[in-house]
Write a protein that binds this ligand. Structure first.
Ligand SMILES: *Cc1c(COP(=O)(O)O)cnc(C)c1O
Length: 400
């Protein structure tokens, strides 16, 4: 079930974004606190305005810390450029805003991250953008969902909460034939396990909050683009004054150094838990792209270089489901209950039935989202299986 990441990425993670000679020998590029960046002379100032690039001399457009992080990301994804945002959601929304105008249509995968969906249906619709959704497992057939005014096709793979993997190359080819831009939220796979620009994507979006920072101590977003999408993405972000703070950038840069070894472990543990969960009597379905039979497994196997630590579980429906869930969650000792994911720690979360408008969600049992952290895998399995035992027992009549 696991595949190896490339060794070239491992070297980029260690050597990109560092310039010891420029910082007194420091191994790490420091967290640069800055607004004004001084020039040396009147002539320097005049020169800094030449070439139509006013972006070099103000910290809103980047400091050495910003550039270290952005350059690393661009190199890992083989992108033309990368830009930072104060959160992952800001990266999603500002990438969309950069490309869409009133009268345009945006076509979005139905399993998109909930807040991105809410932004599209709320703000984008209010601004006069047509918004519609397509079933996540649609490939070439996506052509029938495109309209003459489709400007952006927005994908996320695997999708949030339900983890279907889409046929990105087929979707991208159909979108391009029509001149639409393809955006992808690549947070789950990270730049190591999915290479968006090799599969026809134009803009790749990351919640760096998750695996890139990797320690549950920062909120940060980023987007990268190929040469054709870069000028529009960059101008859009700059129009809105988007940037990120030095400490979050520094933490994400530090997190990136160990991304490959962390992901490998997240992957191994999640795969082990996923396979064992399939055998547990409390479980109805395990939603993990690496499992044979999972929705979009063949696309995952063809296009991805690995699977990360986040996946879903549908439990068997029970009569006293709420009480049984409470007992299961309250018995967890190693899994924390909380939002977000991608840190070193394991998380479990009860998820509301996902909102799907083009492909209705038909599962009856409760949906859980699990993040496999870096703890001992056997200890995690014990914690989880005891909780699921509690779920089964709590649902039994008290007098039995
Ligand atoms: C968490 C998440 C985001 C948003 O990131 P924040 O940094 O929390 O704003 C966007 N997309 C996906 C897929 C996510 O999981």
């Amino acid at each position: 079930m696991f595949l190896m990441s490339t060794s070239h990425d491992d070297t980029v993670l260690i050597h990109a974004g560092r310039a010891p000679a420029g910082f007194g020998g420091l191994v790490n590029t420091p967290a640069c606190r800055a607004s004004t960046l001084l020039v040396n002379s009147y002539d320097d100032w005049r020169r800094s305005r030449e070439g139509g690039n006013p972006y070099g001399h103000y910290a809103r457009f980047g400091t050495p810390t910003t550039r270290a992080f952005a350059d690393m990301l661009a190199e890992l994804e083989n992108a033309h450029g990368a830009i930072v945002f104060p959160s992952g959601l800001a990266a999603c929304t500002h990438a969309l805003l950069a490309f869409l105008s009133p009268g345009d249509h945006v076509l979005i995968t139905d399993n998109v991250y909930g807040p991105t969906r809410a932004f599209a249906c709320g703000t984008l619709a209010r601004l006069g953008v047509e918004v519609s959704f397509f079933p996540p497992l649609e490939g070439v057939a996506i052509a029938s969902y495109l309209r003459p005014n489709t400007r952006v096709v927005y994908v996320e793979s695997p999708g949030s909460q339900t983890f279907e993997v889409g046929d990105i190359p087929a979707i991208a080819a159909a979108a391009r034939r029509q001149g639409a831009i393809v955006m992808m939220d690549n947070t789950w796979a990270t730049p190591l396990y999915f290479k968006p620009f090799e599969h026809g994507v134009d803009v790749s979006i990351h919640a760096a909050t998750k695996y890139l920072a990797g320690h549950s101590d920062a909120i940060l977003g980023a987007a990268t683009a190929n040469a054709r999408a870069w000028p529009t993405l960059q101008a859009g972000a700059h129009d809105f004054g988007q940037t990120a703070g030095p400490d979050d950038l520094y933490l994400a840069l530090r997190g990136l150094r160990t991304l490959s070894v962390r992901l490998q472990r997240h992957q191994e543990t999640a795969s082990l838990l996923a396979r064992r969960l399939q055998e547990h009597p409390a479980v109805s379905h395990v939603l993990h792209p690496g499992l044979p039979g999972a929705a979009g497994h063949a696309c995952w196997k063809r296009d991805f270089k690995g699977s990360s630590g986040l996946f879903g579980v549908v439990l068997q429906p029970m009569a006293a489901q709420e009480r049984a869930l409470a007992q299961a969650f309250d018995s967890l000792r190693l899994f924390g209950i909380g939002l977000s994911w991608g840190g070193y720690e394991s998380l479990a979360l009860p998820v509301d039935p996902p909102l799907r408008t083009s492909a209705p969600w038909r599962e009856q049992g409760p949906l859980l989202r699990l993040h496999a952290g870096l703890e001992d895998a056997e200890a995690l399995w014990r914690d989880l299986s005891l909780a699921l035992d509690a779920y089964v027992h709590a649902a039994e009549p008290a007098f039995s």
